[in-house]
Write a protein that binds this ligand. Structure first.
Ligand SMILES: *Cc1c(COP(=O)(O)O)cnc(C)c1O
Length: 383
């Protein structure tokens, strides 16, 4: 049997494009390398000729894309001698920070909005032994507190304002380009703090930059130079149009200003004061993309459709990318013949309560008898 090298995470894989050196101790759980799944049934249901993919980031070690950023952020924190990390979180950042901190042997302090994070995420933060600080307020208030306390306490912030987070997250774009052999025409993402849409753009720019094209200042390592020092040559010639979708009750990019009381069933993007506000507008302009909003109803419908028609289970926030993409494919804003990638940011198991609440699958209870099972089969056979 032929052997292949064990996959040991995205820093090792993209070492030459990330700010680490040979001596750096890598804090990794084998994140990245997630499947790019081509949807087979939904394009037919839409009646459109479209090459539609989902990048299933829910298959990262802690069940969300946050692991891509966290492996870098915690690796650098440890390299710099930090004994503790801190973050504000709508859930997934805390789960990821908790896991990587335990791996590194340092302490994670996580600030979460009291009662507003999904069960699975809370379970993770608890299980990995982080210090959980529930605040009687929302994510934005937690974020403000984290920024303030980090000025006084010996803790490293691992929210996406930490530039190493975006460096790790840009690798998702690398993987997509490598698998498609090109950049997609459109890349659709759910937007909360807008770190991920920024990170993807950094990645696409690096892979399309031959060294002579200006690229976004969003890359912490290109800022000021206008060229990316990590780009050794163009790998592909084009970059996608970046499209960001927000939940309607939590949509500062659509409103054009900050939102003070964000509300949505998609708790992972219940953010009214995005930390990467300026970067994301730059991404929108540079890529010729747009922002739009989806109602909670549309989001849940897309989540259910994806699970029922394609066998892919993502959390509500993640389905926002597909909800928006389906609408823009239907109305022609995304043209037929296009290649489209939607990022599914987190796993459906993160939020079982919301899933069970909206499920319409028959849940039958019977006596343990053959005739009753047969009857259940007969009555529920499809077609
Ligand atoms: C963090 C998160 C988002 C939002 O990402 P940003 O970088 O804050 O825009 C979306 N979906 C899920 C599941 C998340 O955990």
């Amino acid at each position: 049997m032929p052997f292949r090298p064990r996959y040991t995470g995205l820093i090792e894989r993209y070492r030459d494009r990330l700010p680490v050196n040979d001596d750096t101790r890598l804090i990794s759980l084998g994140e990245g390398n997630t499947p790019l799944i081509r949807l087979e049934n939904i394009p037919d249901l839409l009646g459109k000729d479209i090459e539609l993919y989902v990048k299933y980031e829910g298959l990262n070690p802690t069940g969300s894309f946050k692991d891509r950023g966290m492996t870098m952020a915690v690796t650098k924190a440890v390299e710099q001698g930090s004994q503790a990390i801190i973050c504000a979180s709508t859930g997934n950042t805390s789960a990821s920070a908790a896991a990587y901190a335990s791996r590194a042997g340092i302490t994670a302090f996580v600030l979460i909005p009291d009662g507003k994070i999904a069960q699975g995420k809370l379970a993770q933060a608890m299980m990995h032994g982080s210090v959980i600080i529930q605040i009687k307020g929302n994510f934005d208030e937690g974020m403000q507190l984290v920024k303030e306390v980090a000025e006084h306490a010996p803790v490293t912030i691992v929210n996406s304002i930490n530039p190493f987070r975006l460096q790790g997250q840009k690798t998702a774009a690398f993987e997509i380009v490598e698998e498609l052999g090109r950049a997609p025409d459109y890349h659709c993402l759910p937007v909360g703090n807008a770190g991920n849409i920024t990170a993807h753009w950094i990645g696409y720019c690096e892979y399309s930059n031959g060294g002579d094209k200006p690229i976004t200042e969003a890359c912490a390592f290109c800022a000021g130079e206008g060229h990316c020092r990590f780009a050794s040559g163009a790998i592909v010639s084009q970059r996608p149009t970046m499209v960001g979708y927000q939940a309607a009750g939590s949509a500062p990019f659509i409103q054009g200003s900050m939102v003070d009381n964000p509300e949505t069933v998609a708790t992972a993007i219940r953010i009214g004061h995005p930390q990467s506000w300026d970067y994301a507008w730059k991404v929108q302009k540079e890529s010729g993309g747009w922002f739009d909003a989806c109602s909670d109803e549309e989001i849940l419908k897309a989540q259910k459709m994806l699970a029922e028609k394609e066998g892919v289970f993502c959390e509500p926030a993640s389905a926002t990318s597909l909800a928006g993409a389906m609408r823009d494919i239907q109305n022609g804003k995304i043209a037929e013949g296009s290649t489209v990638v939607c990022t599914l940011t987190g796993h459906g198991l993160k939020d079982p309560d919301t899933a069970i609440k909206q499920s319409t699958s028959p849940l039958l209870t019977i006596e343990p008898r053959l005739d009753q099972v047969k009857k259940a089969i007969e009555e529920n056979m499809a077609g």
